[in-house]
Unconditional design. Structure first.
Length: 318
C-alpha cells in the first residue's frame, strides 16, 4: 500500500513539468466569451513567463486594461488601425458584437505605442516599421531601442522566444493621422499614406518547441508552404478569415489544409459577429471556415485562455 502511494506521488511530481510546458493563448476581444467583429488581440504566454501581445487592435481598453497584465513584447503585423490601434473601445462589452463601440482615440501614438510605454515592452516589427515606432517612443519619453527589427529571412530572440517575420500580402500605409501637424494634414488632403515597407506575418517559436504562425492580414502566398511549413514546421496557426481585405473562409481553409498544414488553427479577423453566447453563429464566416478545415479550429473567445503543447495540440481551454 505504501509503495503504491509513493509511486503515485512520484508519478504526479514527474508529470508537473510536462503540464507546465504549454503556451497559453488569451484573446482580448470586445465582448466577454465572444468572437466579435473587431477582435484581433491575442496574448501568448511562454512557459518561461514571457508574455507577447499580438496586434492590440481596437478591443484592448487602453494601456491600463487589467486583462493585459505583464506585457514583454508587442508584435504589430501592419499599420492599419484595426491592428495597431488608432481608436479603441471605451469598455469591455460596449456597443454590440457586430458593431463594437470604438469611440476613444489613441492618435497620434496608436494603442501599440501607448501600451509599450506603459508596460516598458519591446515592439518587434519587420520592414521599415521599426523606425516609425522608435520615433514614437522617443517623442513620448520612451526608449527608441525598444523598437526592434526582425526583417524577412532573419529572426530575433526576446525573452527566450524566437520571432521571425514572414511574407504577408497586404497594404501597409501609415495613416497621416499618426503623423499629425502640417505634414500629416497635407498628406491627408493629397490622399497620400506614409511608406513603411511591406506588411508582415510572424512565426514565433516558444521555449516548449511550439512554432506558431501569426498570419497578420494576408492573401495566399507560396511562402505559406515553403517557409511557414517547410522551414519553420509550424504546428499552430492564427489565420485571418475576414474576406474582401484578406483571405476569406474558403481561401483561408486552403492555406491551412494544403499549405501550412498545422496541427490546429485559431480563427481570427472575421469582421463580423462570429458567435452568440459563445457558440458559432449559423451562416457566419467562422462557421464556413470551421466546416472546411481538416484540423481542429479554435475560436478566440474573449478572456478564455487556451493552452497548446509543443506539437500545437490544445490541452486545455478549447
Amino acid at each position: 500500500m505504501k509503495r503504491a502511494f509513493w509511486f503515485a506521488v512520484l508519478s504526479a511530481a514527474l508529470a508537473l513539468p510536462a503540464a507546465a510546458q504549454t503556451v497559453k493563448v488569451t484573446p482580448l476581444g470586445g465582448f466577454d466569451g465572444e468572437f466579435c467583429a473587431q477582435d484581433r488581440a491575442l496574448v501568448f504566454e511562454d512557459p518561461n513567463g514571457t508574455r507577447i501581445l499580438y496586434d492590440p487592435g481596437r478591443s484592448v481598453v487602453g494601456a491600463n486594461d487589467p486583462r493585459l497584465g505583464k506585457i514583454d513584447v508587442i508584435l504589430v503585423s501592419h499599420m492599419h488601425g484595426d491592428h495597431v490601434g488608432n481608436v479603441r473601445t471605451q469598455a469591455v462589452n460596449a456597443g454590440a458584437c457586430g458593431s463594437p463601440d470604438m469611440s476613444v482615440s489613441e492618435l497620434p501614438n496608436t494603442l501599440a505605442v501607448n501600451i509599450a510605454l506603459a508596460k516598458r515592452a519591446k515592439i518587434v516589427t519587420g520592414s521599415d516599421m521599426p523606425s516609425f515606432f522608435a520615433a514614437k517612443l522617443r517623442t513620448n519619453g520612451g526608449n527608441p531601442a525598444d523598437s526592434i527589427l526582425a526583417r524577412f529571412g532573419g529572426s530575433v530572440v526576446v525573452g527566450g522566444v524566437r520571432i521571425a517575420t514572414v511574407t504577408a500580402m497586404h497594404s501597409n500605409g501609415v495613416d497621416p493621422d499618426y503623423i499629425g501637424g502640417d505634414l500629416g494634414r497635407m498628406m491627408k488632403e493629397a490622399g497620400i499614406y506614409g511608406d513603411v515597407g511591406l506588411a508582415t506575418g510572424y512565426v514565433v517559436r516558444f521555449s516548449n518547441g511550439l512554432a506558431a504562425y501569426l498570419s497578420g492580414d494576408t492573401g495566399i502566398t507560396a511562402d505559406q508552404e515553403r517557409v511557414v511549413r517547410d522551414l519553420y514546421h509550424t504546428q499552430l496557426a492564427v489565420m485571418n478569415i475576414g474576406d474582401g481585405f484578406t483571405t476569406g473562409p474558403v481561401e483561408a481553409a486552403f492555406v491551412i489544409n494544403e499549405l501550412v498544414k498545422p496541427a490546429s488553427v485559431i480563427a481570427s479577423h472575421a469582421n463580423e459577429a462570429s458567435t452568440a453566447g459563445g457558440k458559432l453563429r449559423p451562416g457566419s464566416k467562422a462557421e464556413a471556415f470551421t466546416k472546411l478545415v481538416k484540423v481542429p479550429v479554435h475560436l478566440p473567445l474573449s478572456g478564455r485562455t487556451m493552452e497548446f503543447d509543443g506539437g500545437g495540440r490544445c490541452t486545455a481551454g478549447c
